[in-house]
Design a protein around this ligand. Structure first.
Ligand code: COA
Ligand code: AMP
Length: 238
């Protein structure tokens, strides 16, 4: 099978990215679909790479919690993540970094932070780039998308749930995510035992900052990064 990854930008700024895993005979159709996704761009790149695919039987189960204020939502997330063994002080420090741009110059990173869950130290080799989860898709994307939309979830959930499911499968102990889209304030936390918990509002409306934090056991960092970047997975069901 093949991993197809599309990435578009405008005036050097990231516009959108998307990926699919498909059979060789479906590459043309997938490429055409991916090319319709960015509304405006002056650069688009497509990567097509043969991959050996493994299967993940089930996606993380989804729950949604809605709050009046971001502060309450963050307290809830901290309570949940403390159950995974991550200290509140570490979470508060990293949330501040995501809120102000986790790249050393203060902008958004191009991928996720990798954090030692014990010490809170950032371990990603490049703090501007971070680590990107790639090579993941749904075995039956249309079927899963229809099911999720019918249940009232957004199209974003389709991709974010796939990424989080792969992350946890690869050995990320817990993940935190909120978007850098100023208009999209729903984020999530995920872990094997918590599942995929959508949290709204996880950030303030209008904020251009977002990102992902992947908490790992220090000794597992290299193995986890290899899995996130190199191993391909299709997720079979919800
Ligand atoms: N944000 C910002 N810049 C990005 C980017 C992103 N998400 N993805 C790619 N880029 C830029 C970077 O400058 C990158 O160079 P780098 O490797 O030095 O950081 C450059 O484009 C080339 O990226 P490329 O190697 O083509 O990307 P990739 O093979 O790692 O694939 C995507 C990454 C595009 C598939 C991935 O970023 C993506 O968008 N995945 C699907 C997204 C999704 O569903 N997200 C969840 C929605 S909630
Ligand atoms: P998004 O939900 O697409 O707005 O992405 C939020 C943040 O997650 C971005 O600012 C990046 O820092 C990070 N990110 C985006 N795509 C990926 C990916 N494929 N893997 C890991 N982190 C990502």
């Amino acid at each position: 099978m093949f991993s197809i990854r599309m990435r578009s930008s405008l005036h050097g700024k990231h516009v959108s990215g998307a990926e699919r895993i498909c059979k060789g005979e479906d590459i043309g159709e997938m490429v055409r679909e991916l090319l319709t996704r960015p509304k405006e761009y002056d650069h688009i790149s497509l990567k097509i790479e043969r991959v050996e695919v493994k299967e993940i039987e089930k996606a993380l189960p989804i729950k949604t919690y809605t709050f009046e204020r971001v502060e309450e939502a963050r307290e809830f997330a901290i309570d949940m993540l403390e159950r995974e063994g991550i200290k509140a002080s570490i979470l508060k420090k990293l949330f501040r970094e995501l809120d102000t741009g986790a790249s050393p110059e203060g902008g958004n990173m191009r991928g996720a932070m990798i954090v030692d869950m014990e010490s809170g130290n950032r371990l990603e080799p490049d703090k501007r780039r971070g680590i990107r989860t790639v090579k993941v898709d749904w075995a039956s994307r249309k079927f899963i998308t229809d099911q999720l939309l019918e249940k009232g979830y957004t199209p974003r959930t389709v991709d974010a749930l796939a990424i989080a499911t792969k992350n946890i499968h690869c050995g990320v102990v817990a993940e935190v995510c909120w978007s850098d889209d100023p208009d999209y304030t729903t984020g999530y936390i995920a872990s094997e035992s918590l599942g995929y918990i959508r949290i709204s509002p996880f950030k303030r409306k209008g904020s251009p900052y977002g990102g992902r934090i992947y908490f790992v056991k220090r000794g597992e960092k290299d193995r986890v990064i290899t899995c996130l970047e190199k191993e391909a997975f299709l997720i079979k069901s919800l």
